[in-house]
Write a protein that binds this ligand. Sequence first.
Ligand code: MF3
Ligand code: CO
Length: 259
Amino acid sequence: MIVCRSAAEIEKLARVNALVARVLKELAAAVRPGITTADLDAIAEQRLREAGAEPAFKGYHGYPATICASVNEEVVHGIPSPRALVEGDIISIDMGAKLDGFYGDSAVTVPVGAVSAEAQRLLDVTRTALERAVATVKAGARVSDIGAAVQSYVEAQGFSVVREFVGHGIGTSLHEEPQIPNYGTAGRGPRLAEGMALAIEPMVNAGKPAVKVLGDGWTAVTKDKALSAHFEHTVVVTEDGCRVLTLPPDAAFEDRVSA
Ligand code: MF3
Ligand code: CO
């Protein structure tokens, strides 16, 4: 069953997802050559706990950290470590939080210093794939419209879509129904309805779609070792579209208040 949330529940989802977006923005801004993925994880956990929230991934099926930090050919679920980032890397930072009984989940992939033109294009295409996916969401649309939008755009750009991991419903659990693949034919699967909360998360490979999980039991990498990127928003379905709950705080507003 796919749950439709009340206005009060949606406000709780909005609060935790706004926190996730704010912390993710701070983490993205902290990315530079020399910082370690464990440093980013420590900032993330501190910021969530300061806000009265809990990391959602830590302890989830034994996952050991607050963020997933997936560098270069790592697709998702990279475990933070003393590995220092170097100029030219790309890093996906994925973070979930729980506040007042509700979950938030979002991911961004960012360049470390100057990156290759191909790496930058992969980031741009993956972010645009997420935007196109979000644009399909409205009451009455179908779950598979989301994946169809991702796959058609990504493949037209010469990249490939990961099949093994999917987006998901989200609410009082991190993962709820429905599963949201990033591929497929439009017009299939459950119909979306007002109040459904969805985490939409395309994973895009510069090479072939195949992935494998490393011996740590978590880190998914591309089999061909080509670069991979990942962006994720949590949204709530509305009558004529959706409300994106994980938009970063407005930079212009921050400039005004800090001026
Ligand atoms: N955003 C990912 C997801 O929704 C991250 C989960 S990491 C895990 O599946 F550790 F919680 F599994
Ligand atoms: Co997710």
